[in-house]
Each structure stands twice: as structure tokens, then as C-alpha cells.
Write a protein that binds this ligand. Structure first.
Ligand SMILES: [Fe+2]
Length: 287
């Protein structure tokens, strides 16, 4: 098994990990889940988080083949389009993204020609599709549950799990967004946890208790032994009951409204209005 090299970056504002995965210094790489900074009260976008990743890519002299989105995030704006404009790479997401685009095209009353078959992305991955990053071989895995379009990416000996598993003491991703399904998440997670015990799992998020540092990576073995929601022995029905009870207590993520509007456009902002200004909408009493 090829050993993928990984550098992880944590965005404390949204508790999101961005990962750079590459075969060797001077070789080829991919960026998973880049973040665009957004200061909601002033409506201001910035590129501090993305620029840290770009600086690393340049320092390692990497050719970026892919910018991989695990799903249409609801907690941060995607830095994919900005990153592509600086360091290239094809922006990709799962084939089922159209289902998410349809829901939110309707909610946000988007322009009639807004495409709901994922054409904003450079590539849509099918479940099980093989691809390459330089010398690393990779497989896209459809892991629905958090949303219908969630993907994980198995690259060399590492898996970028997206919003499925969180670190073992935090548990799993919520399943109460449109098209979410706790039963599907259980099956998706068990698929990831059927990989060899030493498989490295790279997290999309961490929400650590105050006494520990953020954890970018753990293993299949650690998750099977310790995950508070879905360790070995937890049945599908037990998981679903636990997940639904927890979801009933959660409020909407702080940045869900601006995030979705950008992320279903592959990280591009909506078109500017006649005065040249870009607007993000707030639907009232509609979500
Ligand atoms: Fe998410």
C-alpha cells in the first residue's frame, strides 16, 4: 500500500480541517475541503485560511491535480474556486450533488438557469470510481447519511472521511439536513470501518472537549473501539435512535445560509447584481 503524505490545517472559526495529500515533495497532490473565510456581520470574505494551504503547496512544489469536496458544507464557505484560481486542480464532488442543488435552488429561488446536475464542478465522482494523484491511487466512496451526496476519498493508505465520523469522543455527523438519513449514515460508516484497522482516517471536523487538542487523524481500529455513537456492537437501530435524539437538540450551523449558496456553485459567489455587488440571501422562515 502506498503511503500518502498528508498535511492538515485546522480552521478554528468553523472547526474544519483542510488536508493536502501528496505523493512526494515536488510531486502531485490534492486539496480536500478548502475553507473561505467569511465574516457574517460585515459580509466580508477573506483568504487567510486558504492562503496558508496555498503557501504550503508552493513550498513543497506540488502540482495540484484535484480540489476534492466531500459534500456541500453547511458550516463554512468553500475555498475551492479561490484555490483553483491560485494553484489549479479540478474541483470535484459526488455525483449526487444535483439532489442537494435542487433542494436549495428552490429554497433560495435561484436564477432559472442555475444547473442542478452539478455542471459547476469540473468532475462528479461515482461510487467506487478510481482516480490517481501522481503516484497515489485513489477511490471515491459514496457515503450518504449527513447529506445524500456525501463522499469519502480513499487515497493510498488514508481515507478522508468527510462528514461521517468525528473523533471517537465526539461521535458522528448530524443527519437532520435536507435528504439526511441516520440509517444511511450507519451503513456508510460501517463501510469505512470495514477497512483494515490501521487505516488512517482524516477528519473533516473536530469539536474537542477543552482538555484535548484537535485531532486531525485517527484510525479504523480506534473508531471501532471507542466511537461514542457507533463503536463495534452498536446496532443500526440503536445508532439511529441515538443520532435522532442528538439531532433534535442541535440548532442550525451559524453559516449555513451563506455557505450553501456558495458551495453548491463549487465555491463561486452568486453573480453580481446590476450595481456590481454580490449578495447572499436570507430566506425568512423558510429553512
Ligand atoms: Fe457538513
Amino acid at each position: 500500500m502506498q503511503v500518502a503524505q498528508v498535511q492538515s490545517f485546522f480552521d478554528p472559526d468553523t472547526s474544519t480541517f483542510t488536508h493536502v495529500i501528496y505523493d512526494k515533495v515536488g510531486g502531485h497532490g490534492a486539496v480536500v475541503d478548502p475553507v473561505l473565510d467569511f465574516e457574517q456581520s460585515g459580509g466580508r470574505i477573506a483568504h487567510e485560511a486558504a492562503d496558508k494551504v496555498i503557501d504550503f503547496v508552493k513550498a513543497q512544489s506540488l502540482t495540484i491535480d484535484w480540489i476534492l469536496e466531500t459534500h456541500a458544507h453547511a458550516d463554512h464557505l468553500s475555498g475551492a474556486a479561490y484555490m483553483q484560481s491560485r494553484i489549479g486542480g479540478r474541483i470535484a464532488i459526488g455525483r449526487e450533488i444535483g439532489r442537494v442543488q435542487k433542494v436549495f435552488k428552490s429554497l433560495f429561488n435561484l436564477e432559472p438557469d442555475f444547473d442542478t446536475q452539478g455542471q459547476q464542478f469540473d468532475h462528479l465522482f461515482d461510487d467506487g470510481e478510481a482516480f490517481a494523484i501522481g503516484e497515489l491511487t485513489a477511490v471515491a466512496m459514496h457515503v450518504p447519511g449527513h447529506t445524500p451526496a456525501d463522499m469519502a476519498y480513499r487515497i493510498g493508505d488514508a481515507v478522508f472521511v468527510g462528514d461521517t465520523l468525528f473523533p471517537p469522543d465526539v461521535g458522528t455527523a448530524r443527519c437532520d439536513f435536507p435528504g439526511g438519513d441516520a440509517r444511511q449514515l450507519y451503513r456508510s460508516v460501517r463501510q469505512i470501518l470495514s477497512l483494515p484497522a490501521e487505516t488512517r482516517l482524516y477528519m473533516c471536523h473536530d469539536y474537542p472537549p477543552t482538555e484535548r487538542a484537535v485531532e486531525a487523524v485517527n484510525t479504523v481500529g480506534a473508531q471501532r473501539a471507542h466511537n461514542i455513537h457507533i463503536q463495534d456492537g452498536v446496532t443500526e437501530d440503536e445508532f439511529v435512535a441515538r443520532r435522532q435524539a442528538r439531532d433534535a437538540t442541535l440548532s442550525m450551523p451559524r453559516l449555513i445560509l451563506p455557505s450553501i449558496q456558495v458551495n453548491i456553485r463549487a465555491g463561486h459567489l452568486p453573480l453580481a447584481e446590476a450595481n456590481g455587488t454580490v449578495y447572499l440571501k436570507v430566506p425568512v422562515n423558510a429553512l
